[in-house]
Every structure is written in C-alpha cells, then in structure tokens.
Design a protein around this ligand. Sequence first.
Ligand code: SAM
Length: 237
Amino acid sequence: MSFRADVITLFPELFPGPLGASILGRALAEGRWQLAATQLRDFATDRHRTVDDTPSGGGPGMVLKPDILARAIDAIAPEGDLRPKLLMSPRGRPLDQQRVRELAAGPGALIVCGRFEGVDQRVIEARGLEEVSIGDYVLAGGEVAAMVLLEAVVRLIPGVLGAAESSHEESFEGDLLEYPQYTRPALFEGLAIPEVLVSGDHGKIARWRQQEAEALTARRRPDLLARSRKKAIGKAK
Ligand code: SAM
C-alpha cells in the first residue's frame, strides 16, 4: 500500500497545487503516493453548510465546530485507520526533518487545515489530533502549511526521488547544513568555482565539503552543532 494523504479543508480546489508538479507530481501520477482533499462543508448538517461559529467567551473571528470536523475525520479515517491525524496549527510542535522522516516511513496521514481562529479544542482532544506548526508566524489557513509538510514528506517516500535527486547529504539529514554548491560556467561575474571542486580528487572534495558544512552551520545555526555535540556525549555515556 502506498502512502496516502487525506486533507480536510474548506478549499479542496487548492490541491494538489504544487504537489502535482515535477517529481512529486510524477510520483502521484504513478501511484507511488495518493492524495485526496475533502470539503469540510460536505459534513455540515444545515442547509447553509455551516462549519464555524463564534468563539465561546467572545472575541473576534470564528472557530471551526467540533461536531462537524469530528464527522469528517470519522468518515475519512474510521477506527482502525493507523495513520497519524495531524492538525496544522501555529501552536503545534515545529515540524523538523526527524518528524518528516517518521511520517514518510508510515502509511500516510490525515491532515486537518484550520481556518479563521482555528479549531474547537474539544475535537483536538477527542480525536487525538497532533498539532504541527511549520514556523513561528501565522498563515491565513492550514492549506499551504499542509502542502509544505506533504512536500517534505513525500520526497522521502522510497522511489519518489531518483538516485540523481537523492537526499542523503542534504541539510538536516545529518547535523549539518549542506555545503555550498556550484556548477558551470567556471567563471561567473569574475567569481571562480573553488579549485578543489574541479581537482578530480574525491577525498579532497569530501574533506572540503565537510569543512564548509561545519563552518556554515557554526555561523548560521550554532544550535544544530550544540545539539549534535549533546547527542555525541549522550551516545558516549
Ligand atoms: N488563532 C490562531 C492562533 O493564534 O494560534 C491562528 C489561526 S490561523 C489565522 C488559521 C489557520 O491557519 C490555523 O488554524 C492553522 O490551520 C493555519 N496556520 C496558521 N499558521 C500556521 C503555522 N505557522 N503552521 C501551521 N499551520 C498554521
């Protein structure tokens, strides 16, 4: 069974969007992963297809109703569906490459996209939704966030990236950011490709890349190096 993503949204027409292009789109067409976007309003019970109501306790905006969302979740992922149920949310745990890898190794995901002020807390608890954030900023809705998550996950599904686009040395695959990349022409606006990269000496190239990756990570993301050292100390104990 291939990885299956179900998205619950008020804007199903936004999908697959960028997920339908390039390598991921090809993999989708080949059935290496599956995607379905479901309209939350289809689970409303009144003739206006209402899915939201005013916040209890007052305040601006609207909140997605728990009963309607629960009906949608139960219809799409009934008991026994082992896929994680995710809710895109700025309050969630920040998405990282480790969680991305875990999701890619699993059977898929049900993803709820919030809108307005978000989702009634009770449905989050009653359906065990895992809140996932894509960063410390607020989007207008969860759809783009769901696409970000899926794009990161789907490219790691076995067979989606060809050997040529392999992800093994990329930023966040280890504890380092990736080394700088170059390609032809040899000279661009007076700037040359570092000599070592055209030397043909693969040992030297590997050492240079490692040093550059370490230096870049130390400059830009010292937190990653600190984390890596902590891990190493933990392993040595
Ligand atoms: N009132 C909410 C709060 O302050 O936490 C923000 C609601 S936001 C306007 C509407 C929806 O966009 C959220 O329910 C969520 O699905 C999505 N969203 C916004 N920012 C996000 C982020 N950084 N990561 C993931 N989803 C986000």
